[in-house]
Design a protein around this ligand. Sequence first.
Ligand code: NAD
Ligand code: LMR
Length: 336
Amino acid sequence: MLFNRTALTATRAFSTSARRETKVAVLGAGGGIGQPLSLLLKSDPLVSSLSLYDIRGAPGVAADVSHVDTASEVKGYAADQLDQALEGVKVVVIPAGVPRKPGMTRDDLFNTNASIVRDLAASVARVAPEAHILVISNPVNSTVPIVAETLKKAGVFDPRRVFGVTTLDVVRSARFVGEVTGKDPKETAITVVGGHSGPTIVPLLSQNKNAQGVKGEVYGKVVHRIQYGGDEVVKAKDGAGSATLSMAYAGAKFTNSLLRGLNGEKGVVTPTFVRSPLYEDQGIDFFSSNVELGPNGVEKIHPIGEITAEEQKLLEACLPELKKNIEKGKAFVNKA
Ligand code: NAD
Ligand code: LMR
């Protein structure tokens, strides 16, 4: 289920004025992810107002989406209207930037996307300094530190309010493990830790009782498919981009989780890439693990818990790569 019903029950207890404040902006709303994500957010009862921005096409997307028969208001903003788009927003979702083509790594997108994300974050810092920022643009392992460093420079960084959206890895894991076990994906929810690229994606199958029996060759294949699921889509799209529809689903799902937490629902826990103390002693200060979301954003960062020797090996392969990606993002903002 994309939108959790608990949220509806929970928010009924809140006043209408409190609900009216859940204004969400999508930056990059005209793109492959931005369009279906905007549609899904229009369907989320926890979103009261939707602000759609892109350097091209957002007013058209907004006019289209605004006809959907849900209560939220929708407004589109043109290239020179970023500040207006950000006024009063509580949550900003960023899928702006270029996607991969076959043969590229996510890191190959750095040169184009780093400055796009930095500039958007600087505007959020100025116009909506208390907004929660959800970063989809790749490479997530670097773009999240870029957002954090940009907010720090502006004096408004709050680690509870910056998130890398790694939900697509979680969605894929549930689906792929569901396939190999013959279970409904609802019963094969997998915690995915680390980051969002190849070896930095570490799925912890041992922590789900339905996945514990996946061993040997099947285990190796399913882990590889989770780590390289993005490449599967890039290859199939054959030059036309990367995952957009499943990403929009994942982005809407994570936004709904955050909104439920912000609205006071208890026990909303999901993996996300945040400023984290878990591996700070190894110089890695951003990491994805299960995070409890609450009224201020990040409420509690869960440790990764017990893992197998195989998972420990995956984690060891993840950490040095993740460290490099994080340092690259930070250096980009601090070079000047
Ligand atoms: P796309 O090219 O279809 O859309 C990107 C949109 O961003 C375009 O409409 C473009 O006009 C807009 N844009 C560019 N610069 C902008 C700016 N300065 N301000 C506002 N908008 C701007 O690409 P897509 O398929 O939607 O992918 C977008 C990004 O999401 C890529 O970097 C991709 O790698 C990433 N992605 C991440 C995940 C994830 O799991 N986190 C999954 C899929 C894709
Ligand atoms: C994904 O995992 O699908 C995205 O990060 C897009 C990509 O480049 O693979």
